[in-house]
Write a protein that binds this ligand. Structure first.
Ligand SMILES: [Zn+2]
Length: 202
């Protein structure tokens, strides 16, 4: 999500992000605060264009320490993040057991797993535990692939399972998280299994 590689798509996102680099600090702070108002109370696909745009602006803001300057007031529903003091906007990924919920502003851990409210945590852990062996199929070594017999078939089955698991995250898990957080973003693709957002139907 950090658009830091030199892959063609990441370079394109860097180019998109130049629009926000040209905003002055006050304009950028106001744009972010206003957009957080629109994001509030809902769960968002990470692939949603509004979220992609918000992340670009958030990165420009993070680089320039906009939130420390207190130029605009975000909506009251958003507490301050412990990681970077930006408003609290968590991202749910399949790595939730190791990385917790991720900050959309600085890409660090925003909520470690053991600080996620217990009534949601068990569900998230169960979901991630189910997802792990499915995702692992994409990273099988030669021996594992041979043992599977038809690896293409195994890969395809894993991709289908990942689609279902991601859909479950978007249908059930995020609504539980929304009871505790002002807005939630969920990862709606799996690059290693070639699952695209449009494959994940809610
Ligand atoms: Zn942060």
């Amino acid at each position: 999500m950090a658009f830091e590689s030199d892959e063609p798509l990441d370079l394109l996102w860097k180019e998109y992000g130049l629009a926000f680099r040209e905003f002055d600090d006050l304009t950028l702070a106001r744009w972010l605060a206003q957009t957080l108002g629109q994001l509030e109370g809902k769960a968002w696909r990470a692939s949603h264009p509004l979220l992609g745009t918000y992340r670009l602006a958030a990165q420009a803001a993070h680089d320039r320490q906009i939130w420390l300057k207190r130029l605009a007031t975000p909506p009251a529903a958003y507490p301050e993040s412990p990681c970077c003091r930006a408003p609290f906007l968590p991202l749910l990924t399949r790595d939730v057991r190791d990385a917790g919920l991720i900050c959309q502003h600085c890409n660090e851990t925003l909520v470690p797993l053991d600080e996620i409210p217990s009534e949601v945590r068990a569900d998230l852990e169960g979901w991630a535990a189910q997802y792990e062996p499915v995702h692992a199929v994409a990273h099988w070594d030669d021996r594992q692939r041979k043992n599977a017999g038809n690896y293409d078939r195994a890969y395809e089955k894993a991709a289908e399972a990942a689609e279902q698991l991601l859909a479950r995250a978007g249908r059930e898990l995020v609504s539980k998280l929304l009871e505790h957080y002002p807005a939630v973003v969920w990862e709606d693709h799996d690059e290693c299994l070639e699952v695209r957002p449009e494959d994940v139907a809610l």
